[in-house]
Design a protein around this ligand. Structure first.
Ligand code: URA
Length: 209
């Protein structure tokens, strides 16, 4: 599928199976989500440009490579996206973190913004939106809308599980946004949950119901 990268690394798939399992409690769930986000960060950052630098090892001079200039930003969609932030920051400690808060209007079922705080230089950063579940795609589309309104011009989305409906919705409105996911599931149910999915990601992360 165009623009969709499924991270099929065995470690990611093994940990995703544990995350999906209804017997996995909140503590283990949180640890696993963070670990999978960290492993996926490896793929999301694969094409960052490198530059040659001169350093000195204890033995002598050495031409080495470092990431050149590109500034990164991670943008969790509240609240479930928070579970993925530390995994990325462990690998990319210099990344800035923006936050987007959205809730679903009970009447229209459409996402509504209630919070948005982003790095000032959003237009100069490669941004990675974090949300474990790409379900209807409504929140992801709105998050990208908001980021583009603020001047963003390089945006990726990282999730754990995507529904075909969400991928289609995001592609239709924002075909320039690459999607990184650990799995593409079957479909949405009547309540907008991904089948088989993992249940409510926010509730499982934070022990709410
Ligand atoms: N949000 C969730 O937490 N789970 C789903 O299955 C869909 C949206």
């Amino acid at each position: 599928m165009r623009n969709v990268y499924v991270i099929d690394h065995p470690l990611v798939q093994h940990k995703l199976a544990l995350i999906r399992d209804e017997r996995t409690g909140a503590k283990e769930f949180r640890e696993l989500v963070e670990e999978v986000a960290m492993l996926m960060a490896y793929e999301v950052t694969r094409y960052l440009p490198l530059e040659e630098v001169e350093i000195k090892t204890p033995i002598g001079p050495c031409k080495a490579k470092m990431i050149s200039g590109k500034k990164l930003g991670v943008v969790p969609i509240l609240r479930a996206g928070l579970g993925m932030v530390n995994g990325l920051l462990k690998l990319i400690p210099a990344a800035k973190v923006g936050h987007i808060g959205l809730y679903r209007d009970p009447e229209t079922l459409q996402p509504v913004e209630y919070y948005c705080k982003l790095p000032a230089d959003v237009g100069e950063r490669e941004l990675i939106i974090l949300d474990p579940m790409l379900a209807t795609g409504g929140s992801a589309v709105m998050a990208v809308d908001l980021l583009k309104e603020k001047g963003a011009n390089s945006i990726k989305l990282m999730c754990l599980i995507a529904a075909p409906e969400g991928i289609e919705a995001l592609h239709k409105k924002h075909p320039d946004v690459d999607i990184y996911t650990a799995a593409i599931d079957e479909r949405l149910n009547d309540h907008g949950y991904i089948v088989p999915g993992l249940g409510d990601a926010g509730d499982r992360l934070f022990g709410t119901k």
